[in-house]
Design a protein around this ligand. Structure first.
Ligand code: SF4
Length: 418
């Protein structure tokens, strides 16, 4: 690889790292004499395929020149930063080179907007089309669609990419206009709709003609920046729950605001990215996708923001003592899975195990229930009897928050429910 390409790679991988639609490794380590391998802190990121495999991706921008001036973006036109662009040919070669050397299993391609959304999108589509059709490249491709791109180009992209994303960035139209004057929600939602329609149309075609190609088989994703504007968690989760109504929407990513342009006074002056809030939103999102909570259950007008001290499932249980205690030996699955300390796997095991007799605390523990947490919300064969209704939600919270602080590193992001 020549030096010019390596320099471009460094510049454009650096610019791409702020898109959390997939995350960089964050570790840099040089190879040693006699050792094997090395790691790169940027450029290579990881994502999950539909069947749950974790794959490493070359995360790169086609160019970090941009005609827009979004306040939250490092690549915006008014920033004095090092700029670079890859040609279609260079990007194709780079991807193949990395792929053949086994550095990556796929490509995550994004870009600044040059000349027009369609001009940019057309060049990006050429990259993935050439990879697929000329070089028979079979690796994973995630491409970020350009807001405002035409239906024809989005549809073409869907034929070559495994996943497409269109980032909302700012949850409300008013605030998006404030921070990104050249963009609006229409330019984001229109390509999202094209993707959704493409998925449905090609699915129908496939029923008639077996040879119909797959259209974005890994669906679409989007990203919202958290903390750059004044939306509440309720506003954010409502947008997410609407997006999940589209069958092709697989993931909404929540990216804690990073003040890359601290001199822009439209943005809050943050010392640190809101990591705990970001973590709570991911947990709430998880509750909607896998535990079938609605956004209105997780958050309401009285509590428009997620509790930063406890996870949203525990927070919901503490606000609803009337739903507890749940008798694990008789209750339905959907009641059991809502108990703090009981996850999806444990809830299923509880239902399956009840056929063989009444469960006690010891058996629940063996199944994987976190008894220290669940005990206030359940009854079972030899339960202690100190349920949430006897000792009051505030006290249960106090006990569990204290336990959590002594037993867990709070910087650690955790998506595990119980
Ligand atoms: S359009 Fe994208 S690349 Fe351009 S300034 Fe806005 S966020 Fe950055």
């Amino acid at each position: 690889m020549n030096e010019q390409i390596i320099n471009k790679l460094a510049t454009l991988a650096e610019s791409a790292k702020y898109d959390v639609s997939c995350s960089s490794s964050g570790v840099g380590r040089k190879s040693k004499v006699g050792g094997i391998g090395s790691t790169s802190s940027s450029g290579i990121c990881h994502t999950f395929t539909e069947d749950g495999r974790c794959v490493s991706l070359l995360k790169i921008m086609m160019t970090n020149y941009c005609m827009y001036d979004c306040a939250y973006c490092i690549s915006r036109k008014s920033n004095d930063i090092k700029r670079a662009s890859f040609s279609v040919k260079e990007l194709v070669e780079l991807t193949l080179e990395f792929y053949k050397r086994n550095y990556i299993e796929g490509l995550f391609l994004s870009s600044g907007v040059v000349k027009s959304p369609d001009h940019t999108m057309e060049r990006m589509v050429r990259v993935i089309k050439e990879l697929r059709t000329v070089h028979k490249y079979n690796g994973y491709i995630h491409m970020k669609s350009i807001p405002g791109a035409s239906k024809e180009l989005v549809t073409q992209a869907g034929l070559y990419a495994d996943r497409l994303s269109v980032n909302i960035e700012i949850p409300t139209e008013k605030n998006l206009k404030f921070l990104a004057p050249e963009k609006d929600h229409k330019s984001v939602f229109a390509p999202m709709k094209y993707i959704q329609n493409g998925v449905l149309e090609y699915k129908e075609e496939k029923k008639k003609y077996k040879s119909t190609p797959k259209f974005t088989p890994a669906g679409q994703s989007t990203q919202m920046i958290i903390g750059a504007t004044n939306e509440t968690d309720q506003d954010i989760l409502k947008v997410s729950s609407l997006l999940y109504m589209q069958s092709s929407m697989r993931r909404v990513y929540y990216s804690g605001f990073i003040p890359v342009n601290p001199y822009d006074n439209r943005l809050p002056a943050l010392q640190q990215a809101p990591l705990v809030r970001e973590n709570r939103l991911y947990q709430a999102d998880w509750l909607m996708r896998f535990y079938h909570f609605t956004a209105d259950e997780i958050i309401d007008d009285t509590n428009p923001n997620l509790d930063l001290e406890v996870d949203p499932k525990l927070s919901w249980a503490l606000r609803h003592p009337e739903m507890f205690p749940v008798d694990v030996n008789t209750a339905e699955y959907r009641q059991i899975v809502r108990v703090p300390g009981i996850g999806i796997k444990s809830a299923k095991l509880i239902i399956a195990s009840r056929k063989f007799g009444k469960l006690d605390r010891y058996q629940l523990k063996k199944i994987g229930v976190i008894i220290k947490r669940a005990q206030y919300f359940i009854t079972c064969r030899n339960s202690s009897g100190t349920t949430i209704n006897e000792i009051k939600p505030e006290f249960v919270k106090k006990i569990l928050v204290n336990k959590k602080h002594t037993s867990q590193n709070t910087n650690q992001i955790s998506l595990i429910f119980p």
